[in-house]
Structures are given as C-alpha cells and as structure tokens.
Ligand binder design. Sequence first.
Ligand SMILES: Nc1ncnc2c1ncn2[C@@H]1O[C@H](COP(=O)(O)OP(=O)(O)O)[C@@H](O)[C@H]1O
Ligand SMILES: [Mg+2]
Length: 247
Amino acid sequence: MSAAALSVHDLTVNFGALVAVNSISFDAAPGRITSVIGPNGAGKSSLFNLISGAIRPTAGMVRLEGVDVTGRPPFRMLAAGLARSFQITNLFFELSVIENLRLAAQILEPPLRSLLPVARSPRALRRADELLESFGLSGKAHELAGSLSHGEQRRLEIAVALAGYPRVLLLDEPTQGMSHGDTAETAEMIRRLAGEMTVLLIEHDIGLVMTLSDHVVVMHQGRKLAEGTPAAVRADPAVQAAYFGHA
Ligand SMILES: Nc1ncnc2c1ncn2[C@@H]1O[C@H](COP(=O)(O)OP(=O)(O)O)[C@@H](O)[C@H]1O
Ligand SMILES: [Mg+2]
C-alpha cells in the first residue's frame, strides 16, 4: 500500500487506433499540488477522464488512498472523495448560482434524501452558503449562472466541485480564458485548497505551473515524457525539445 492520495499505474485508453493515454504511471502526494502539462492533444484531459471515471481505461489501474477504484463511474468516485472541474464549463446556466451549489451539495445525500426537494436538505443548504461565502459569490447568489462573467463561472465551477468535501480535486485548466487578475486570484485559491486536500491540476500557463506545483508530470503524445519538481522538469532536455520547443 502506498502513501499516495492518488496513484495511477500503466493507465491506458485507446480511441480506435489512437492511444490517447499510453501507460501513464505517477503518484500524487497528499495535500500537494501535482500538475499535468503537455501540448494540446497530449492526452491530459483524457487522463482526468480516466481518473474521474468519465471513461473506462483500456488497461491500467487507479488507486484512491490505496483503494482500487479503476472503472468506477463518476458518481461513485465522488462518493469515494474525488471530484473534478471541467475544461469546458459544466454549470447549469439556466439555474441560479446558489441552485447550482445546492444541487451539487445534495448529490451526496443518502439516496432517499437526495430525492427530496433541495429546500428540504439543510445540509446542502448550509454547504451552498459556505461556498458562496468562501468564493466571494454571495452577492451573486440569485443571478443565473449563465449571466456571470467568465471568471466568475470558472470560480463557481470550482465551488461546485468542492460541494461534496472531496479529498482529491482535479482541476482541468481552471484559468483558461481568465484575465490576468482572475488568474492570479485563482492561483491563490488553488494554493489555499492544497492545504486541505490533494490537488491535480492541468494548466497551460507555465509560469503558474512553476510557482504552484510541488510535482509536475509532463505528457507528450499520450506518454509520460518526464516527471519531477518544477525545476527538474523545466531543465530536462527532452521536455525542452518537446514542450518548450527550444533548448
Ligand atoms: N472521446 C474521444 N474520442 C475520440 N478521440 C478523443 C476523445 N477524447 C479525446 N480524444 C483525442 O485524444 C487526444 C488527446 O486529447 P485530450 O485528452 O483532450 O488532450 P489534451 O487535454 O492534452 O489537449 C486528441 O487527439 C483528441 O482528439
Ligand atoms: Mg485538455
């Protein structure tokens, strides 16, 4: 048994002839930020889809806190303590901010309670209020999620992922399309979250990766090209050639 919060072993998925994720192995240490980087199409989002149960692997294993959870559907991964946010937003635009949070918080209620109207689930109501507060969204609670700014939507999406108190959080390009100010704020938030849980981060802003990450996994064409500390990865000639495009 390993002390990793999350570990993947030889994780693989084929889409027809394409091996999008090709025998990837790494460990994510508890309470740390592990980043996955690589060029577009490297297989990063597919890797998160495999880990979170959105797609089933062709081969390999996912262990959450030592337990084999390979192939479990997303709902069961959530129940086991792993949540994710999406590269493309996953909010209900036609519902209000607080309704998005309440629904997310209610999903993990015991089965009969989750059939009750949300307004009758005090725990979900409380969690939604907490998240509104800590994400600075209280003033927008009753606005439609679809009417928020892009930065606020990305922030709400992270709040939604946290509704069920995950111990492992997967964030797929949380700063994509954000302004400079929103990006800095989100980076600070991710740093704070890592004190409380294990974070796996896909991020294309290399400066952010270098300052935020404890550990970096580099993917290229489905394979793991390198892993290590941000400094070690950045200095790796193979990474420089494939990813930074220069030596
Ligand atoms: N569901 C799918 N079906 C077929 N091909 C896919 C699917 N998802 C991703 N791909 C392909 O797998 C490769 C890796 O994609 P992706 O994991 O999204 O990469 P990244 O997130 O690193 O940009 C790409 O060539 C993409 O077109
Ligand atoms: Mg992606």
